[in-house]
Design a binder for this molecule. Structure first.
Ligand code: 1PR
Length: 523
C-alpha cells in the first residue's frame, strides 16, 4: 500500500492515477497518524513553498513527517515535495523547510524563460534503484522556477542543465526525491514510479549519461471542446474560429479518446479548451470535469484546461470565484489552467489603475498553485494601419500587407471566442499578465487558425520579445515544416496544433521526426 501526502494544493490526482495504473492501491494521509503508519510515502508538492510548509505546520504534519523520514521506510518527494526536504527556500524566506538535507532552494538565475517548463534530461550521479530499466537518456517533465542547491554532493542523485546544472533528483538512505514529475513523464516516469513502488530493483547507474541535457521544444495537441447541436460533447475545430460547417458544429471526435490517442502518439502535452466556457459556467457544465477525470486516468503528460475560468454567480445567487473553478479543475486532473476572456478584463482593469488588486484570477490562482499553473490564452486578430502614428498600440512593420496595402499592424485582443474585440493589444496583455503572475502564454491567432498557412511569426516574435515566461505558438500549422519554421524564426518554447492532428494529416511522430537534428525534441 502506498500512502500519498496531500496537503490540498495542486494536482495529486495524476499521482494517484499513475500509481493505480501500475496496479497499486493508494491511500491519502488525512492525519499525522496516517503518515506515521505509512509503509511507503509519496509526497507530491505543487505551487508555493511557503504555502506548502504553512499548511504542513497547520495540519501538524511536520513532526510525523520527520518521524517517517527518520524511520528508514521509503519516501519519494516530487517537485516542491522534494524541495521541502531542504532547509528553506528563497520563494518564502520566512518559512523553514524540513531540513533533513543540507542546503536551500533558490530561484533560477538564467537568461532563459522562467519557469523552466518542459521535458529535459538527467545525468545520474550515483547508483540507484529508481532508474532501473531506463537507459539514462530519457527526458522527464519539469515545471518549476526554483531548484535545490544541496550543500552535500552525496545527496545529489541527478543533475539537469538549464543555463547551469541544477539538482534534479536527490537520494539519501530511504529518502528519494525528484524535481521533475514522474507522473507526468509518460512511460519513463511510470517506470520510475514502479521502481519506487516495488523496491526490489537492482541498484545501478544507467548506461547513458548526456554530457549536456537539453530542454525539448514541446509539441502540444489542442482539443477545442463544446456541445454540438445534438447535445454531444465533441472536439471541434474552427476556421478562423468559426466551428460551423453547413450550419453544424464540426465534429472531429470524442475528447477523452482523442486525448488518449495523442498521448500514445507522443504529444508532449494536451490542452483542452472549453470554447463556450464564456457562456457555460464550467461548474455547471460538468462534462468538462468528467472529461478531465477520465483523461487523466490514462494520459501521463501535462494537461491544461481552459474556458470559463472567472468569477461567476449562478442563477441561485451563489457566487463562485475563479480560484474555486480552477481548484475543481486541478482536483480533476489538470496541471495548468488557461484563462482567456477574463485575462483581457483583468488587464483592462489594471491598465486603468496601474495597481495590482490582488483579487484577480491570475493573482489568486498563481498565489495558491504557483505561476506555472496559470496559462494565459490570447486570441488576437490583426488590425492594419498605414503608420504607427494611427494607433496608440504597439505596431509591427509587417511583411504581409493589409487589404489596402497597409504596411503596419497591431494585434488586437478579443474575448468570447473572437466575437468581441477590445482596446488592448496582445503584447501589452502578455506583459501585464506576466506582471500579475501568469506562468505561460498560449498565443493563438484568429487570422491563422485552421488555415494551414503556418504560424504568425511576426505576432509570436512581438509577444515573445515582451515577456520572459514561456510562449506556446498556436494556430495555422499545416505541415511539419511549419514547426521547424516557428522554432527557427522565433524563441517560442512550444508549438501547438489542432486540425492537422485531428484529421490525421500530419502525425505528431512525423513532426518530431522532421524536427530531429534541427531542434531538441522528446522522441
Ligand atoms: O475565454 O477563458 O472562456 O476561454 C475560452 C478558450 O476557448 C480560449 O482559450 C479561446 O482561445 C478558446 N476558443 C474560443 N472560441 C474558440 C473558437 O475556435 N471558436 N478556440 C476557441 C480557439 C484556438 C486553438 C486552436 C489553434 C490551433 N483556440 O484552440 O486549437 O488555433 O488550430 P489549428 O492548428 O487547426 O490552426 P475563456
Amino acid at each position: 500500500m502506498i500512502t500519498l501526502l496531500d496537503y490540498g494544493a495542486g494536482n495529486v490526482r495524476s499521482v494517484i492515477n499513475a500509481i493505480e495504473k501500475l496496479g497499486q492501491r493508494i491511500t491519502v494521509a488525512k492525519s499525522g497518524q496516517d503518515i506515521r503508519d505509512a509503509e511507503k510515502l509519496v509526497f507530491p508538492g505543487v505551487g508555493n513553498f511557503g504555502s506548502m510548509m504553512h499548511i504542513l505546520r497547520q495540519k501538524q504534519f511536520v513532526e510525523p513527517l520527520l518521524g517517517y523520514l527518520g524511520s528508514g521506510r521509503p519516501f519519494l518527494g516530487i517537485c516542491v515535495g522534494m524541495q521541502a526536504l531542504f532547509e528553506g527556500s528563497d520563494e518564502a524566506p520566512a518559512e523553514k523547510g524540513l531540513a533533513v538535507l543540507p542546503g536551500r532552494v533558490k530561484r533560477f538565475d538564467v537568461d532563459l524563460a522562467v519557469p523552466h517548463i518542459g521535458w529535459n534530461g538527467i545525468r545520474v550521479k550515483q547508483p540507484t534503484d529508481l532508474f532501473h530499466g531506463l537507459d539514462g537518456d530519457e527526458k522527464f517533465y519539469f515545471v518549476h522556477s526554483y531548484h535545490a542547491v544541496a550543500d552535500d554532493p552525496a545527496v545529489v542523485l541527478t543533475t539537469t542543465d538549464y543555463g547551469y546544472p541544477f539538482v534534479s533528483a536527490v537520494q539519501h538512505n530511504n529518502i528519494q526525491g525528484t524535481q521533475f514529475h514522474p507522473e507526468k513523464s509518460g512511460a519513463s516516469g511510470l517506470t520510475l514510479l514502479e521502481n519506487f513502488i516495488r523496491k526490489d530493483r537492482q541498484v545501478t547507474i544507467p548506461k547513458r549519461s548526456p554530457s549536456q541535457t537539453r530542454l525539448a521544444k514541446r509539441i502540444i495537441a489542442c482539443l477545442d471542446v463544446r456541445t454540438n447541436d445534438q447535445g454531444d460533447l465533441v472536439v471541434t475545430k474552427g476556421d478562423q474560429y468559426d466551428v460551423r460547417e453547413a450550419g453544424s458544429v464540426r465534429n472531429l471526435g470524442k475528447p477523452v479518446e482523442l486525448a488518449g490517442r495523442y498521448f500514445e502518439e507522443g504529444a508532449d502535452e494536451v490542452t483542452f479548451l472549453n470554447i463556450t466556457g464564456f457562456r457555460d459556467f464550467p461548474l455547471e457544465d460538468m462534462p468538462m470535469i468528467q472529461v478531465l477525470k477520465r483523461t487523466s486516468k490514462n494520459v501521463f503528460v501535462p494537461l491544461t484546461i481552459g474556458g470559463g475560468i472567472r468569477d461567476f454567480t449562478d442563477k441561485n445567487g451563489r457566487a463562485y470565484t475563479a480560484l474555486e473553478v480552477a481548484a475543481e479543475y486541478f482536483r480533476s486532473g489538470a496541471d495548468k489552467v488557461s484563462i482567456g476572456s477574463d485575462a483581457v478584463d483583468i488587464v483592462e482593469a489594471y491598465l486603468k489603475t496601474g495597481r495590482k488588486s490582488g483579487r484577480s484570477a491570475i493573482e489568486q490562482i498563481s498565489h495558491v498553485y504557483g505561476n506555472q499553473a496559470v496559462v494565459i490564452s490570447i486570441d488576437p486578430r490583426r488590425v492594419y494601419v498605414d503608420s504607427p502614428a494611427q494607433t496608440p498600440h504597439a505596431t509591427v512593420e509587417t511583411a504581409i500587407p493589409g487589404p489596402q496595402g497597409q504596411r503596419y499592424c497591431w494585434f488586437q485582443c478579443t474575448v468570447k471566442g473572437g466575437r468581441e474585440g477590445r482596446a488592448v493589444d496582445a503584447v501589452t496583455l502578455a506583459r501585464t499578465c506576466e506582471l500579475l503572475g501568469a506562468g505561460e502564454i498560449l498565443l493563438n491567432c484568429i487570422d491563422r487558425d485552421g488555415t494551414n498557412m503556418g504560424f504568425d511569426i511576426e505576432l509570436i516574435n512581438a509577444v515573445k520579445q515582451a515577456v520572459t515566461i514561456p510562449v506556446i505558438a498556436s494556430s495555422g500549422a499545416g505541415c511539419a515544416a511549419h514547426f521547424a519554421e516557428v522554432f527557427a524564426e522565433t524563441d517560442a518554447e512550444s508549438a501547438l496544433a489542432a486540425g492537422i492532428f485531428h484529421r490525421r494529416e500530419v502525425p505528431i511522430s512525423a513532426v518530431k521526426a522532421h524536427l530531429k537534428g534541427k531542434v531538441e525534441v522528446r522522441l
